[in-house]
Ligand binder design. Structure first.
Ligand SMILES: [Zn+2]
Length: 54
């Protein structure tokens, strides 16, 4: 199943989004993005909470 995470859903004014069939990969992408772009450390469970099935 493919999941998508949209950064805007996390409350940022940001057009970043990522989708993947691999949830671990998704978490890694979003973690990196949040750190590099927003200077925020998100936990894996926070990130999983933002993922929606598509
Ligand atoms: Zn962002």
């Amino acid at each position: 199943m493919t999941k998508r995470i949209v950064c805007r859903e996390a409350g940022y004014d940001c057009d970043f989004q990522v989708q993947s069939e691999n949830e671990d990969e998704l978490v890694e992408f979003v973690k990196e993005h949040a750190m590099n772009t927003h200077g925020t450390e998100l936990s894996a469970s926070d990130i999983r909470g933002l993922a929606v099935d598509i």
